[in-house]
Design a protein around this ligand. Sequence first.
Ligand code: GDP
Length: 472
Amino acid sequence: ELANRMAERAAVVVKTLMTMGTMVTINQTIDADTAQVVVEELGHTVKRVSDADVETDLTGPEDQADDLQSRAPIVTVMGHVDHGKTSLLDALRETDVVDKEAGGITQHIGAYQVTMASGAKISFVDTPGHEAFTAMRARGAELTDIVVLVVAADDGVMPQTIEAIRHAKAANVPIIVAINKIDKPGADPSRVRQELLNHEIQVESFGGDVMDVEVSAKKRINLEGLEETILLQAEILELKANPNRAAEGVVVEAKQERGRGNIATVMVQRGTLNIGDIFVVGSEWGRVRALVDDHGHHVKSAGPATPVEVLGLQGTPSAGDQMVVVESEAKAREVSEYRTNKSKAAKAAASGRGTLEELFSQIAAGVVKELPVVIKADVQGSIEALQGTFDKLTRDDVKVKVLHGAVGAINESDITLARASNALIIGFNVRANPQAREMAKRDGVDIRYYSIIYDAADDVKRMMTGLLDPVY
Ligand code: GDP
């Protein structure tokens, strides 16, 4: 690459490096300082480009208000296990009018779009639960516009319901409550509404602003009502995107398939993705060879909020990776190589110090005003006592924000939440389970254990002044 840019033969560059005492092969990456010496040695002029330059000129200019058009909402379904998330996603999918007309076969590609009789569209992420949602958010992908929280009317609010609420709130995504299984004899929707009050979800009939809908996924009751409610919420959010620009999107799912190669399901966020487009996705790149929609039809292009399978990748990206269309293959290669190197560097750094340290120094510098924490404790009383103590520590410039407080051991969900929100985890008279411990180590999430409120308060106070270093 370096030789190409100078219009020199690669062998000449390698030879020059060797005379400088650097033994490299033609495919090896060299650092910027070495590159500069070689370039000057060969009589060329160096123009250094900063890291930021590589990323920023990637996305192009901001969209003007005039270019924006309404787009479909992107919805993720969350809730406790067995409350009917999968059943609801399947039932909603069958309300699609296009599906019936075109005679396409349902393809599970990780996301799908429903067109209603009115012509309105809604896109659904087909992986229910907050794990996928938060894992994506931890990668920087803000894909979901609306969370549909499924609560079984015969079971009520359960631990994962509460987790889902915390995850959605941490991401600042509005919630619509779907009270499911109303066909069941033991169904008690008003109890669900009542219980939600304890978790900062106040539905409209209780004077709040959260919309709720009673449904039955199994008996297909009121699915249209739920869809209307989603559209209503979408209208409030005024979701817009510019379809007439180079596409950007997020990988929802990626895999390798025999005969088809690397395939990624991408939810387009803005612009329109076309066959032939060259793109970068994560640290991979490619050229769109074919686009396949959620009915298995080949399509020529995909606009905002449309999920589509993309063929023509050089490697397999990860869910949550950002896809950006670029103008040339050279640019795609450059960015993908840059990102590969960066992720290698990030991995090396993660084994040392992580992001909480940055947070502390930002707090100390007055850049950040909140210290997010997740509290897990042995009894509810301890959570309340800790919360009360933290409230008292609040100063004008910094406050403690409790993202989630629950009784029980620290689990994987706590780690993903803390990671996505860059939060500290406090275990009060509880420990982390082995999987969570492993995850925390890998992701550089700071867990601290206490059995005395005063000790916890003391540490948090010192973190707020930026005096305490994180431990991993
Ligand atoms: P998930 O774990 O949240 O994805 O839940 P599932 O969709 O797998 O549903 C769990 C169980 O509840 C299954 O046996 C479903 O058939 C049943 N179920 C889902 N929705 C309803 C409903 O509206 N009414 C009744 N009676 N059962 C339902």
